[in-house]
Design a protein around this ligand. Structure first.
Ligand SMILES: [Zn+2]
Length: 344
């Protein structure tokens, strides 16, 4: 049975035969942002999964669809929220992060909760506060090649244990962008998971294995031993292109762009990179086309990058995260994040 508000549908206990044979059919059945509830063996407790806040990141919805088709009763009540259904359905499918003219669903979880996206965020937060889940997992994909990792805003053993369901790497961020976990960080232990590149079947499998354990484990937080295997990284810096500037990706400088990054730059994701690593080529306005803000609001462009004979280098050791080689993604969201090896 489906209940419906203006911006959020609620589907209680869909049966395996009701969710469609393919993930595309499942999306068409949902028709818009939907909150799904599956009763557990222990109905006094619950857990929540959020995914598809970005329409081009399919691993979470693949995993939820596969898991619903199995029809296994979870240990505790499980709620799943699926967000950008319309963007995911837009041809050719799973190609658009958001529909043109709509807000990014991973940036609308803060006041004022206006517009369709803001009202939807407010209703999902109301559902979460009513349900009081033991934990919340928000599943994403990277648009470039990348190993899996989790992100959280709060350092804690629960966040590490949740990470161990999916990965052994956890990034703790102090950047505030209006993401879901920022809104409930003091109420519900939450991680976002980057399951790997969006069209890689291994990313879908990783999401499935993780949510299956999340749903079917009785005591999620009993096995703290797994926490010792988690490597924690802190304080990412967000590297953005200045408004109106153009980035290109190539094997040599592209003269029509303000900045050229290496065509294989996404191969660098999560590797330890050292002082002097060349990541691209500067244009005539050099570093003035970039910003590199940390959580304190400092622009650290000149500490992180240097230019030598037109080549763009790292001026300090660190790791690159979420590097894409899609110029549209890069200019609408950010180029990448940088995790300095030593933080101040
Ligand atoms: Zn995402």
């Amino acid at each position: 049975m489906k209940h419906q508000s203006e911006v959020l549908r609620i589907w209680e206990h869909p049966r395996p035969e009701e969710v469609g044979d393919s993930v595309e059919e499942f999306l068409r059945l949902l028709g818009g942002p939907t909150w799904i509830e599956i009763p557990g063996k222990d109905q006094s407790r619950s857990r929540a999964i959020v995914t598809l806040l970005h329409g081009n990141e399919p691993s979470g919805v693949h995993a939820i669809h596969q898991w619903l088709r199995l029809g296994n009763q979870p240990q505790v009540n499980v709620a799943c929220f699926l967000g950008a259904i319309d963007a995911a359905l837009a041809p050719p499918g799973f190609a658009l992060r958001t529909l043109p003219g709509h807000k990014d669903l991973n940036r609308c979880w803060k006041a004022p909760f206006d517009g369709t996206e803001g009202r939807m965020a407010q209703e999902v937060l109301d559902q979460l506060r009513l349900m009081k889940p033991e934990a919340l997992i928000d599943l994403h994909n990277t648009s470039g090649r990348s190993p899996s990792y989790a992100i959280t805003t709060q350092t804690g053993n629960k966040q590490k244990t949740l990470t161990s369901l999916f990965s052994d790497q956890l990034v703790i961020t102090d950047l505030r962008l209006g993401a879901l976990m920022e809104a409930i960080e003091f109420e519900i232990p939450t991680i976002a998971v980057e399951c790997g590149e969006y069209h890689d079947p291994q990313s879908h499998q990783l999401a499935f294995d993780g949510i299956n354990r999340f749903a079917q484990t009785d005591d999620l937080f009993s096995n703290e031993i797994e926490n010792s295997n988690i490597t924690v990284f802190e304080h990412p810096v967000r590297i953005e292109l200045q408004k109106g500037r153009i980035v290109a990706y190539g094997t040599s400088p592209i003269t029509t762009a303000d900045l050229t990054l290496r065509a294989d730059a996404d191969k660098l994701n999560f590797d330890m990179l050292y002082f002097g690593e060349q990541i691209g080529w500067a244009g005539p306005d050099e570093l003035n086309v970039l910003t590199a803000f940390d959580a304190k609001g400092n622009n650290r462009v000149k500490e992180i990058f240097s230019i030598n004979k037109g080549q763009l280098h790292l001026a300090q050791a660190g790791r690159i995260l979420m590097m894409t080689t899609d110029p549209i993604m890069a200019s609408t969201d950010c180029l990448f994040y940088f995790l300095p090896a030593t933080n101040r």
